[in-house]
Structure formats: structure tokens, C-alpha cells
Design a protein around this ligand. Sequence first.
Ligand SMILES: *[C@@H]1O[C@H](CO)[C@@H](O)[C@H](O)[C@H]1NC(C)=O
Ligand SMILES: *[C@@H]1O[C@H](CO)[C@@H](O)[C@H](O)[C@H]1NC(C)=O
Ligand SMILES: *[C@@H]1O[C@H](CO)[C@@H](O)[C@H](O)[C@H]1NC(C)=O
Ligand SMILES: *[C@@H]1O[C@H](CO)[C@@H](O)[C@H](O)[C@H]1NC(C)=O
Ligand SMILES: *[C@@H]1O[C@H](CO)[C@@H](O)[C@H](O)[C@H]1NC(C)=O
Ligand SMILES: *[C@@H]1O[C@H](CO)[C@@H](O)[C@H](O)[C@H]1NC(C)=O
Length: 248
Amino acid sequence: MSNMQPILVSILCLIPLVFSEVLGQTEDACKELKCEWHGPAIQFPFRIKDKHPKHCGYPGFLVSCNERNETVLELPNIPVKFSVTSIDYKHQEIQLYDPDNCLSVKVLEIQNMTFSPFDIYTNDITLFNCSLVLEGSSAFDVPCLSSPGHHIYAIASSYYVGELRSCSKMYNRLSVPFCFYEPEALWLHWSEPNCTKCEAEGNTCRLKNNSTNSNEIECVLDLKKPSMSKTTKLVVTGELPYLMTLRI
Ligand SMILES: *[C@@H]1O[C@H](CO)[C@@H](O)[C@H](O)[C@H]1NC(C)=O
Ligand SMILES: *[C@@H]1O[C@H](CO)[C@@H](O)[C@H](O)[C@H]1NC(C)=O
Ligand SMILES: *[C@@H]1O[C@H](CO)[C@@H](O)[C@H](O)[C@H]1NC(C)=O
Ligand SMILES: *[C@@H]1O[C@H](CO)[C@@H](O)[C@H](O)[C@H]1NC(C)=O
Ligand SMILES: *[C@@H]1O[C@H](CO)[C@@H](O)[C@H](O)[C@H]1NC(C)=O
Ligand SMILES: *[C@@H]1O[C@H](CO)[C@@H](O)[C@H](O)[C@H]1NC(C)=O
């Protein structure tokens, strides 16, 4: 590191820069936090309710820590709670799980609902109640609805259901976020704010105006991440190739 610093400084001297203790401190309020040591790191566009100040997050991107220190996604219009497995900030995806271990049943309750500000992949599915175990079937077993002697299966409504002929059809659920490839995980994607480029460059994405009134974001060069010490923070101002500003 000692031989890295002179090189960095000489590059940065070519451009206007501000050494700002004040900005350094406000950013510290927005530093990544976790609900528990193993939990996902929460940073912009998300913030943790009651732990991060409001301006640290983008509107709609809120998580909280529950009594078991799990990270819970706050979705105001969704009546069920999901916990966060991981967040991929570069690809803007969040993976959820059901803390009660029955995701497939939970998703059946959220038919036709919007996960705004997130996009979600949905399927129309049909449930069947079978007295026999279906071997090698394309139907998905829903263990938390099954009882001894009765197996509940979910299948895409458009599929051929010949193998389920001996079962009784229970009901259809339209437009539920059920993924046949990964039934115990729920993936959400977001496209706004778009911090993909900023994250890929290892920089810090944040609200431009330090307030929730503005939905403009900016990408700030963050030298702390790759090598420099915590106390040295360089905030670069001006129109620079790597200072990305998006208007939303
Ligand atoms: C949650 O985290 C707090 C603070 O780190 C700790 O004191 C508490 O024991 C944790 N609770 C559980 C259930 O792990
Ligand atoms: C789902 O949403 C569509 C369009 O908003 C609506 O026409 C339909 O009735 C809804 N279905 C249910 C079951 O809520
Ligand atoms: C499945 O069918 C059996 C027999 O009709 C019934 O007792 C059981 O409650 C059904 N299971 C569900 C989840 O509806
Ligand atoms: C996000 O921005 C990048 C370039 O900065 C662009 O390639 C990508 O298509 C954008 N994604 C969305 C979902 O708008
Ligand atoms: C920042 O937000 C304040 C209100 O909170 C507004 O008056 C001001 O014009 C904004 N500045 C910029 C540069 O957008
Ligand atoms: C950002 O907001 C915090 C409090 O919300 C304030 O103390 C700080 O001065 C602001 N910084 C800038 C650069 O506006």
C-alpha cells in the first residue's frame, strides 16, 4: 500500500478533487450494515429501517431486522413477509426465502400482486391433491401442504397433466411468483435506480441530493473499497468519465 499511494495521488492531481471530512461523515451514516454477521450487507439502494438515515436509501428499498436478526424485505402491498438470502448489487437482484420454510405456500397467497419497485417472474399454476407419490414427475411437490397419505403437487397450468389424472384438482393460481427451477427461492430484480455500471467499477452509488426528495443518483469514486484506509476519503467532483449521473 505504501507504494500505491504516490501513484494514486499523481493520477488524481490531474482532476479537481475535494478532501471532505463532512461528506466523509455523512457517508459513514450510510455505510453498509448487516442484521447479523452472516446476513447480506445492506447498502444503497437499500437501507435498514431504524439503522440507516432515510437519505441512505432509494424510495421503496427498505429492509428491517426481525427478532431473529434476519433481514426482512419491507414490501408495503405484500401481506406476507420474506427474508433476504442475498443481494447482488452488480446485477440488481435480490433473493428471498421464507423464514417459516414454506415459500411455495406463501407465494400462492400473493396472486396478482405488484412487487413494485421490483420486477418479478410469475407463473400460472394448478395444484393437485394425490394419494400416490408421483415418481419422476414434472409436478413440484408442496411438502408443507401435504399430509400423510396425501401429496400436494403444483404444476404450470399450461402443462399436460396426464400423470396427474389419478389426482384431484384443487385450484388454479394465476400470476404467482412461483419458479419451477428453484421453488424455495424467490428472485426479484430492479432496474431503477440503475447502479450496475457504478457497482461493476467498485464505486459507491448514492442519492445525489442527500435527501429523499430527489431520485437522482450519483456514482462516487470510492478509494476505500480497494486499498485505502477508512479515514481517507476522496470525493471527486466535476464531469468526469467515471462520475456517472443518471436522471430518473
Ligand atoms: C441479534 O443481534 C444482537 C446484537 O448483535 C444480539 O445481541 C442478539 O443476541 C441476536 N439475537 C439472535 C436471536 O441471534
Ligand atoms: C389480476 O389482475 C388483472 C389485471 O390487473 C385483473 O384483470 C384480474 O381480475 C386480477 N385477478 C385476480 C384474481 O385478482
Ligand atoms: C387432499 O385430499 C384428501 C382426501 O380427499 C383430504 O383429506 C385432504 O385434506 C386434502 N388435502 C388438502 C391440502 O386439501
Ligand atoms: C443500466 O445502465 C447500463 C449502462 O450504464 C445499461 O447498459 C443498462 O441497460 C441499464 N439497465 C437498465 C435496466 O436500464
Ligand atoms: C436538493 O434538494 C433540495 C430540497 O431538499 C432542493 O431545494 C435543491 O434544489 C436540490 N438540489 C439539487 C442540486 O437538486
Ligand atoms: C446531508 O444531510 C445531512 C443530514 O441529513 C447533513 O448533515 C449534511 O450536511 C448533508 N450534506 C450535504 C453535502 O448536503
